[in-house]
Design a protein around this ligand. Structure first.
Ligand SMILES: *Cc1c(COP(=O)(O)O)cnc(C)c1O
Length: 410
């Protein structure tokens, strides 16, 4: 609970005190409001809440105090130290969802109708890619995939495809950590009146704030770094236009029904408090792992945006505070070496997903991209020997020792 006469200047201060809610009984930590519905003292009060004349909760698919506290903190993190040209602070509105996919669905469905097109890029998260290329076409919404890293072609594509209504950016993206220059793409898109959306899951608001640029909506899979402990699936959609967020977006969210739940929102609130210190540790560990792997004889390539050898190093220097906690690397021994290496791990965990306190490794060719034909995945750098790593916050010596013994025996 913060006093609004006191300005919070640190990211973690906002993460810890960024909601102003006061709870009955003076609970120090936001309680888990495990209730489907809320009571009215009188019929008049019920009517006023429905009319929006009186603030208050009605039904948890529409809103719940545990969700509200998490939403306020995430909105404050995304807006941290961003000001309008007149110096006033940026105000954002966040809506918690059941998953990253649910947040994304609200965002796209509320903004698009049959006949509209999305412009996006290669290497999107698998669920996003399938939604855009396999599900939305059934609703009459098509997606054009292009190399948005090549800024010179973006305007031409927009001009040649008048159906494009929205440009969707995911940066950094899976598993080769390709990045897109948010500012450059957003400026072109806005010149043509398009909606710009960003998946900020890999970066988190601590490392990257897309609202510094001309973007309309940002979403996260909170399942990853924001929760940070791998204890819940969740998502959040954040927007800059309060009327749009409170109007159209809220309506779609409530009626599509992808709401969060109080226990997951509570877990998320605990994770948010330590985001800054976790990310600092995640990033320093990842840099150490990248440098170690780069010098290893069994490794032919390391994809990490913190290494000057990564093609998007400059973009990352410009738009991210630090290069993040995901990397991938290729083993010279191909598929057999990759499987053996994964089997050899003693401390690091064999699992998909990312952003947990522990280090997670997966083999995209046999796991996340198993369904993608070999020739197609190789075009995006997903070779047989590629390993993806979400570097955790364990002691760096233990992470390096585990990699060392797993590589020696593969
Ligand atoms: C995990 C993830 C999603 C989907 O989120 P869920 O919480 O699994 O629904 C979307 N985008 C990115 C980048 C992700 O990592």
């Amino acid at each position: 609970m913060s006093d609004n006469t006191f300005t919070l200047t640190g990211f973690s201060s906002v993460a810890i005190h960024g909601n102003e809610s006061k709870h009955p009984n003076y609970a120090h930590v936001t309680p888990i409001y495990a209730t489907s519905t809320f009571t009215f003292d009188t019929a008049q009060q019920g009517m006023e809440r429905f009319e929006g004349k009186q603030e208050g909760y009605i039904y948890s698919r529409w809103g719940n105090p545990t969700f509200t506290d998490a939403e306020k903190v995430i909105a404050a993190m995304e807006a941290f130290r961003i000001t309008h040209p007149d110096g006033s602070p940026l105000q954002l509105k966040a809506l918690l969802h059941a998953s990253g996919q649910a947040a994304m669905t609200t965002m796209f469905m509320a903004n698009l109708k049959a006949g509209d097109k999305i412009l996006s890029h290669y290497s999107l998260y698998g669920g996003t890619h399938e939604l855009m290329l396999k599900v939305f076409p059934e609703a009459g919404i098509e997606t054009i995939i292009a190399d948005l890293g090549n800024i010179s072609i973006v305007e031409e594509i927009i001009v040649n495809n008048p159906g494009i209504k929205l440009v969707h950016i995911e940066t950094p993206a899976n598993p080769t950590l390709d990045c897109v220059d948010i500012e450059a793409v957003a400026n072109i898109a806005k010149k043509h009146g398009l909606i710009v959306t960003v998946d900020n899951t890999f970066a988190t608001p601590y490392l990257q704030q897309p609202f510094k640029y001309n973007v309309d909506f940002v979403f996260h899979s909170t399942t990853k770094f924001l929760n940070g402990h791998g204890t819940a699936i969740g998502g959040v959609l954040i927007g800059r236009d309060a009327d749009v967020m409170n109007g159209k977006i809220t309506k779609w969210q409530r009626l599509l029904g992808g709401n969060s739940n109080p226990f997951d929102a509570f877990l998320l609130l605990q994770g948010l408090k330590t985001l800054e210190i976790r990310m600092d540790r995640h990033c320093s560990n990842t840099m150490a792992v990248a440098k170690y792997l780069k010098g290893h004889a069994a490794v032919s390539k390391v994809n990490y945006t913190g290494l000057p050898s990564h093609p998007d190093y400059e973009v990352v220097q410009k738009q991210m505070k630090q290069p993040g906690a995901l990397l991938s690397f290729e083993l010279k021994g191909g598929i057999e070496a990759a499987k053996q290496f994964i089997d050899n791990l003693k401390m690091c965990v064999r699992a998909v997903s990312l952003g947990t306190a522990d280090t997670l490794l997966c083999h995209p060719a046999t796991m996340t991209h198993y369904g993608v034909p070999k020739e197609e995945r190789e075009k995006f750098g997903i070779t047989d020997g590629l390993i993806r790593m979400s570097v955790g916050i364990e002691g760096i010596t233990d992470i390096l020792n585990d990699l060392e013994q797993a590589l020696a025996n593969s």
